[in-house]
Ligand binder design. Structure first.
Ligand code: TK8
Length: 336
């Protein structure tokens, strides 16, 4: 007589404990996601993994729909849409957002990170959490840190082999005062432009060059309009996975949990593919006819020395707390 009662008893206990059946915790959702790059980019692999995870964990209720090539706006305008709640999510580098969160400028300091391992440790640790905690106040929730990657320099004028070769080269940079100042310091004419405008600016020779990770140079077909690629590795761009706080606040805790968990699943896939494809992209860029050169360690050191002044000059806008936190964490992970 006891056995048949058991499921009903359990159900009553569950109700009493306030546990809802899974179906009530998830609503039909369709989240629109903006990307500045095209769908073949490793962001696509990350979003596919995140989307599959979200769908599965919500019992088929929560869907993600990606838009590419800045179709829903460039990094900054799409982020503004996410802030107002007219768009659900955006993948963006930190650099275009420093007008909203000046402290993020710390990541734009030249030669901050030496390798991906350092970046991962910083962003997935105390420092990354500090920045993520700042973001809800401006209307966005950072679900995870993904990767744009280490940036290198292309131009149509000459191979850059020494610090002086930057002089007089008209360089497109991101809309970010630290990048503008960095290239000015090297003697370049720095022109801030949105990512979606770069190809035509290079094609029409409005600018001579630009700087981006290999994956982006290939993805955006910059190799069609650029001859020289110099492996400067002068900055690392983290990618934010920004969700609209306005929309976030209307989700159930279960839905929020699924988005967080699945953004982490996406992070693993995105970073893995980004790093794998980076080498492939470099080979493809060479094969497409770009002339690729390294810059010697001695010359890199001269460039780094010239740019040390950028750290102090921008410490005020970044803020001492962010600067000390990131530089302190870097010291710790480097064991120095
Ligand atoms: C892709 C970007 C991109 C970037 C740029 O949308 O603007 O050069 O590298 O940051 O996030």
């Amino acid at each position: 007589m006891i056995k048949p009662l058991l499921p009903a008893t359990l159900f009553a206990v569950a109700l009493f404990a306030g546990v809802q059946p899974a179906s009530a915790q998830f609503q039909d959702r369709n989240f629109r996601v903006s990307n500045g790059v095209s769908k073949e980019h490793p962001m696509g692999n990350g979003l596919a993994a995140m989307g599959a995870c979200t769908l599965q964990k919500s019992g088929g209720k929560m869907k993600m729909q990606s838009f590419w090539d800045g179709a829903l706006g460039n990094d900054l305008t799409a982020t503004q849409s996410v802030r107002t709640g007219s768009l659900d999510m955006v993948l963006t580098s930190t650099a275009p957002l420093t007008a909203i969160i000046p402290a993020l400028g710390v990541f734009d300091l030249p030669f901050l990170f030496n390798d991906e391992k350092e970046a991962d440790q910083l962003l997935d640790g105390k420092a990354g959490a500090w920045f993520s905690d700042k973001l809800p106040a401006v209307g966005v929730v950072n679900l995870s840190w993904w990767e744009n990657g280490f940036r290198h320099t292309t131009n149509s004028r000459r191979p850059i082999t020494k610090a002086e070769d930057f002089q007089g080269v008209k360089m497109r940079v991101m809309q970010n005062t630290i990048f503008i100042d960095t290239f000015k310091e090297l003697g370049s004419n720095a022109v801030p432009l949105a990512f979606s405008e770069v190809y035509s600016a290079l094609e029409t020779k409005t600018v001579d060059g630009q700087e981006n990770p290999y994956n982006n140079i290939e993805n955006m077909k910059f190799y069609e309009v650029q001859k020289y690629l110099t492996l400067t590795k002068h900055a690392y761009s983290p990618t934010l996975v920004l969700f609209s706080k306005k929309i976030w606040d209307g989700l159930s805790p279960a839905e929020q949990g699924v988005l967080k968990d699945c953004a982490a699943v996406g992070q693993t896939e995105q970073r893995k593919v980004n790093r794998m494809k980076s080498d492939e992209s470099l080979a493809n860029l060479k094969a497409s006819g770009m002339q690729v050169n390294e810059i010697s360690p001695a010359e890199t050191l001269r460039v780094r020395d010239k740019l040390k002044v950028i750290y102090e000059r921008h410490s005020g806008s970044i803020g001492r707390e962010a600067l000390d936190l990131v530089l302190g964490e870097l010291k710790r992970v480097r064991g120095s």
